[in-house]
Write a protein that binds this ligand. Structure first.
Ligand SMILES: [Ca+2]
Ligand SMILES: [Ca+2]
Ligand SMILES: [Ca+2]
Length: 429
């Protein structure tokens, strides 16, 4: 458990809510700390600099909605995973493996079957009173359990042009370095058309977005990059994770073994578009995770090691946004340590589960910004990789295979001093 002093007040306030059980001990005696000014350098929640007053107001409204817990009278369910965004995305930081999302499907000769007639691809393991939750079907061959990613800085990733991702992709490994980032390519759906149309017409990205590559759209959010932009991700989260309908996804998710059975009794849409927009805007305008100790000698030496390594070919240190109607996100260079592309990570990370054009062993490069803040958000101990299985950075690297196998070998060949320097750098992100 981290010392309460290490935690900024806003993060701490939120952690206390979700981790009350873990933090009961820490609560006693830290009343004085709670009233201290937050340490800006460790604050994860917060606005991107340069927002106008109306933009700040919309951000605050979205913040409130993100924290809001839905009840049966608000349309929760009839089946769902959690009652609020914040119950998984605690303090906007990385989620704890106690609160995972489970998705499943099975391999068939014709390809992967997300088992819709058995409630796939996502398991809604809770239900409102009088309705029956889903159970994992025994016929599922691929089951994946995903922890919630941190949501800070996502507006910058949302505002990167499609052309930037196309430029980074090297599907045939043309430069022969064993690393071949692929675009997640998705069959166009009515939802894509809607989310792109709304974004182009509203306060969203105005650069190259919604590009068709071989007739398919480019995905970028989610661990296998299934969502094309934040608006789609947010509307889908309401729908699949909380059972909340909107104009973008107007039919409640039901347990196919039960059928509608009166559903949740609340008319659709349960969340007006103003709420979906406010939460999307909140996601877009959270500041990037702050760096710490960035000038120490070890960190600077580690930075040079990282830049010279293959790590940086996937965990790309700098990206630049395209044109954005939000001035604070317009053509800005930022440091996410991801290329937003899919990579084959080898057998250890193969979960037998596939989404869109991503294979079972392919994952979107996890951004490394905020890595050093993960443990604080996760109740004191680090849980890395898509399912939170790794308890340290070294542990996460030891699961890197496939395209990242050479990178893992390189890491293992570092001297003790170099390894300490690289880890100091990664923890400063
Ligand atoms: Ca509902
Ligand atoms: Ca389901
Ligand atoms: Ca309903």
């Amino acid at each position: 458990m981290p010392s309460p002093r290490m935690l900024p007040s806003a993060l701490r306030r939120r952690l206390y809510i979700a981790f009350a059980a873990f933090l009961v001990g820490a609560l006693s005696g830290c009343d004085a700390l709670l009233t201290e000014a937050p340490d800006e350098t460790e604050e994860l929640a917060g606005l991107v600099p340069g927002l106008s007053a109306p933009q700040r107001a919309l951000h605050l409204r979205g913040d409130g909605e993100f924290a809001r817990s839905f009840g049966p009278a608000d349309g929760l369910g009839p089946i769902f995973v959690a009652a609020s965004c914040e119950s998984c995305h605690v303090g906007d930081g990385k989620g704890h493996p106690l609160f995972v999302i489970t998705r499943f499907g099975r391999d068939l000769p014709g390809g992967f079957d997300p088992m819709p007639s058995a409630g796939g691809p996502q398991l809604q393991n809770r239900a409102v009173l009088g309705y029956i939750a889903e159970q994992l079907p025994s016929a599922a061959t691929g089951v994946t359990r995903l922890i919630a990613p941190a949501v800070s800085g996502l507006g910058f990733l949302d505002a990167v042009d499609d052309t930037t991702l196309q430029r980074l992709a090297d599907p045939a490994d043309a430069n022969g370095d064993g690393i071949s980032g692929r675009l997640q390519l998705l069959d166009p759906t009515a939802m894509h058309a809607n989310v792109f149309a709304i974004e182009q017409g509203g306060a969203g990205a105005t650069g190259t977005r919604g590009t068709l590559v071989g007739g398919r759209h480019i995905g970028r959010f989610g661990k296998k990059a299934l969502a094309v932009n934040l608006l789609q991700q947010v509307a889908t989260a309401y729908h699949e994770d909380m059972g909340i309908t909107s104009d973008l996804l107007p039919l409640d998710v039901v347990n196919p073994a039960v059928g509608d059975a009166g559903g949740d009794g609340v008319p659709e849409p349960e969340a007006p578009m103003s709420v979906v927009h406010a939460v999307t805007f909140y996601m877009k305008t959270l500041k990037v995770p702050p760096r710490r100790d960035s000038a120490s000698a070890d960190v600077l030496a580690g930075e040079a090691l990282f830049a010279a390594s293959d790590c940086a070919k996937c965990h790309v240190p700098s990206l630049t946004t395209g044109a954005s109607a939000i001035a604070a996100l317009d053509r800005k260079t930022f440091h996410p340590f991801t290329d937003l592309l899919l990579h084959d990570m080898g057998a250890a990370l193969d979960d037998g589960y596939t989404e869109g054009s991503a294979t079972t062993s392919e994952w979107r490069t996890a951004p490394l910004w905020g890595l050093g803040l993960a443990a604080a958000a996760q109740g004191g101990r680090m849980h890395l990789l898509h399912d939170g299985r790794a308890s340290s950075v070294e542990d996460a690297i030891s699961s890197h295979g496939g395209e990242a196998a050479a990178s893992r070998t390189w890491f293992n060949s570092l001297s003790a001093v170099q390894r300490r320097q690289l880890l100091a750098y990664l923890h400063s992100l």
